[in-house]
Write a new protein. Structure first.
Length: 180
């Protein structure tokens, strides 16, 4: 019995950290690199890339634009959810030190949506509820626009994301991308 307890204790100490939060709220976020594929559950992969194309014509900014692209690659019936708002309620934001920078606009591009894939730019307002659920097949992306002041532009900028996988397993994942 003592050996079993010792084995379990050693296994817990030596096992890698688990980043799926399974509905619990914790502060631990998995550190990932920009452009690194991340697995969400069994069927969905996602990566975060700093965008370079200007996809948000007509959106007025006070500072400089920073674009983040979330690429998804999943099975035939994939679903993810997150909260996207231009304020502290958002699950997606940039960080400069302890200061959070929230997205100001979003554009979704999922070819599996067919004619509903209008690639419309949506400017986020505080009135938006912010709960987003994406149901898609195969591949798609979410482009985000951040309005960053000159003093905030100096590296490093960190990108934080909390996303939930839905369908086969409902799990919450938290990621941090340093130097986006």
């Amino acid at each position: 019995m003592k050996r079993l307890i010792l084995f379990v204790a050693m296994a817990a100490i030596l096992s890698p950290a688990v980043y799926s939060q399974g509905g619990q709220t914790t502060d631990s976020s998995r550190q990932v690199k920009s452009n690194e594929w991340i697995q969400l559950g069994k069927t969905i992969n996602m990566r975060v890339i700093r965008g370079s194309k200007i996809l948000f014509p007509g959106v007025k900014l006070k500072g400089s634009p920073i674009f983040a692209l979330l690429e998804f690659d999943g099975g035939k019936n994939s679903s993810v959810s997150y909260k996207l708002t231009p304020d502290a309620k958002s699950d997606i934001y940039l960080m400069k030190g302890e200061q959070k920078i929230f997205p100001v606009a979003v554009m979704e591009d999922f070819p599996s949506w067919g004619e509903d894939n209008d690639k419309e730019v949506e400017v986020l307002t505080p009135k938006d509820i912010g709960d987003v659920t994406l149901n898609f097949g195969q591949k798609g992306s979410v482009s985000l626009l951040f309005d960053v002041s000159a003093e905030q532009m100096k590296p490093p900028l960190t990108f934080k994301l909390i996303v939930n996988s839905i369908r086969a397993n409902q799990e919450k994942y938290s990621f941090v991308v340093n130097n986006l």
